[in-house]
Design a protein around this ligand. Structure first.
Ligand SMILES: *Cc1c(COP(=O)(O)O)cnc(C)c1O
Length: 421
């Protein structure tokens, strides 16, 4: 348990002792009209741009200009293999083996591709279990899959809900659902870190529970990748997906990640949608008719990928690799713990933190319920140079990101919140 003190001096002292403080300079921090750094607390929505991103993209633009199609083989980073340059680093971030990870498409596309393979409904066992506060897009994707298979989206979704009057989900309630209804459930799909409450679930526990009851289990890790140590391989999950533009700082709409557990690496019996990029690399360009599936997560690729977007991902992964998830999570816990401490000092009748209090059950995000607040408060905070995210009816999501946010940022955030309250 860290002990914290009030006052700016203490924040500055923490920054001084922070080994990762230097990384802030490697990012562009958005500024106000006077040129002062904004207090950017929305790295959970769109991560900031590393200063090295431009260099990485420029390299590919230059090779394209100079080499044209030859760049596939002769570029400094030959395009034909570019996705492979990302695999090991991305696998390290999510705690997976390289064969289990591929960077491709965007998140929702990957979710659909995964459901093509791992949502295998029968007449009686066709339902999909999701958390009640699932990200709307995931819910839409699930509904459309149900519909695609001829089932009613309304009857096909089972919700894991918080207890009456609570916001966080309890495992005993999931156990109860599975005990009573598992023979109807084909797939469990949970957000590894819930986007709204910031609750970080025990992926292994959910997976084991699901598998015991004969369900397949997948996770949407959009809010987990680069934020918490997901240990995807050890979780045993069948699949996972995540985007790269939130904590992974790879640029708006950049490519997504996809994990398929090693035990499925060589399965030919799974349904899947394929393209030439899921075909054996050594014979891909022979342009013969016979399909020869690549093993591992690579075998779910469809197309030759957008190199410029991958270059932005490479820039970011290099930073993550240098820092490592251990150091990152260590700072994250301190930084978020400090925010929690300062918010607690405001008093429960002013703000209430809905994110779990146990630092092992959350990442860096705190979702704060401001008592008697409305959107005007958020507007005032924005005017005061604080970038946070507002969710109706009364929740502010703040994500102090350990790579580029400082303890001083957190201090200033709470000072300005106090001012506008
Ligand atoms: C951000 C986010 C998405 C966004 O999906 P895209 O396909 O990248 O637009 C989906 N699901 C969750 C849980 C998210 O947090």
């Amino acid at each position: 348990m860290d002990t914290y003190k009030l006052g700016l001096d203490f924040a500055l002292e923490l920054d001084k002792k922070d080994d990762l403080a230097k990384y802030r300079q490697q990012f562009y921090i958005p500024k106000d009209t006077n040129g002062n750094d904004l207090i950017y607390m929305t790295g959970n929505s769109l991560g900031l741009q590393p200063k090295s991103t431009k260099k990485h993209i420029d390299q590919e633009l230059e090779d394209w200009a100079n080499l044209g199609v030859e760049g596939h083989f002769k570029a400094k980073n030959p395009w034909l293999h570019y996705h492979e340059f990302l695999t090991k680093q991305m696998a390290d971030i999510v705690g997976a083996k390289p064969i289990e990870v591929i960077v491709m498409n965007t998140l929702t596309v990957n979710l659909h591709l995964m459901m093509v393979s791992f949502y295998k409904p029968s007449k009686t066992r066709y339902k999909i279990l999701i958390e009640s506060d699932a990200f709307p897009s995931d819910r839409f994707a699930v509904e459309s899959q149900l519909q695609h298979h001829g089932f009613s989206p309304k009857e096909g979704i089972i919700l894991w809900k918080p207890k009456q009057g609570e916001t966080l989900l309890a495992y005993e309630d999931l156990e109860e659902i599975l005990k009573n209804q598992s023979n109807e459930i084909a797939l469990i799909l949970i957000g590894g870190v819930n986007y709204y409450t910031g609750q970080y679930f025990d992926l292994k526990r959910i997976t084991e529970l699901g598998h015991t009851h004969g369900c397949l289990v997948g996770f949407d890790c959009a809010h987990g990748a680069g934020n918490v140590k997901l240990n995807l391989h050890n979780s045993g999950a069948d699949f996972a997906i995540w985007c790269s533009y939130k904590y992974l700082n790879s640029g708006p709409g950049s490519l997504a990640g996809c994990f398929v557990h090693e035990r499925h690496a060589n399965r030919k019996d799974l349904n899947r949608f394929t393209g030439w990029w899921s075909h054996n690399k050594t014979t891909r360009f022979n342009m013969r008719d016979e399909f020869d599936q690549l093993p591992g997560a690579e075998g779910w690729q469809l197309s030759n990928p957008p190199i410029l977007s991958m270059a932005a991902i490479k820039a970011s992964l290099d930073i993550f690799n240098e820092v490592g998830m251990d150091a990152l999570v260590e700072k994250s816990k301190k930084l978020t713990g400090y925010l929690e401490f300062l918010l607690n000092a405001l008093g429960e009748n002013v703000v209430k933190i809905i994110t779990p209090r146990n630092s092992n059950e959350r990442g860096c995000q705190l979702s704060i319920q401001v008592i008697n607040a409305d959107k005007k408060l958020h507007h005032k905070l924005t005017e005061a140079g604080v970038v946070t995210d507002w969710r109706e009816p009364d929740v502010i999501r703040c994500a102090p990101v350990p790579l580029y946010n400082s303890f001083k940022d957190v201090y200033n955030l709470v000072e300005r919140l106090k001012d506008v309250l």
